[in-house]
Write a protein that binds this ligand. Sequence first.
Ligand SMILES: [Zn+2]
Length: 295
Amino acid sequence: MGKTYNNMTFKYAGSMAAIVLVFGNFVACGSQFYQVSVEDDFEPTEESIAANPDMNDPESTLYGIHAPSGWQKLPIPFRFGKDLNEEQKIHFLAAIKTWEWAVGKNLFEFAGTHEQTTGDSFTDLYSSLDDQINGQYLDNDWAKTNKDDAVLATTIWNNGSSGAEIAKADIRFNNEYYVIGDSLQLSAEGNKEVVDMQSLALHELGHLLGLAHIDVNVDSYSIMNPSLFIGEGLTSRKISRGDIERIQQIYGCEGDACDIDSLVLELEKDTEAEEMTATAQSWLASNTPQVEPSK
Ligand SMILES: [Zn+2]
């Protein structure tokens, strides 16, 4: 602690345009921090563009949504690649719990950990979609995804019978160039900067659930803004009112979640992420089946 921002270095200067972010949301404890573009983590399919031509129209209620019908079938079964550590799993699960809290429904169902499969098991980015498993993978050979080295992670999916719905998805994390986990605990390793798993997973799960990127000029608090601060001690584990409205546009709401004003009041207390982390921790302790992937 104690360092100032005077020596901050913007590694990816190209992504710095037109960013309005409130630094009060971020806690800096040491290392340099960077704002990284996550624009390239998401490529809408041709089917999804055809299904929702209003995806990029801020005036539309379907703005920022790539799959207006959401998943073909709920809950979404998901698995972890075998090399995710406990901390990565807990913070990924906490991000799941936040999206579920935003709609008041169970959206996901844990289907265990792959005993064999990692991101490195696949020959390229899209081949991980062939196994019918919704997997969360660490990739140690990022070049084969054909994404830039700076891309933090990417979400890929298959649409269902219509482009408005999702049938299958994977998230691939760039484990080659980043240290991904709890940014409040981890340290950078050489050139590998720390990325907060919960913050990154919130964004990638947004894509997985059907959300597209949100322009900072439309909603600067959205977790779906196409950039993320990374570095030791930097987190962004929070969704915005707009994120709640958009996810409810797809999945509706149940119970207390239908009162969006009260959800926003909860968010303003700034304890939601901690609560979700604690929930995820105890939940994972009682849900750890080891399952081989079915082909
Ligand atoms: Zn994205």
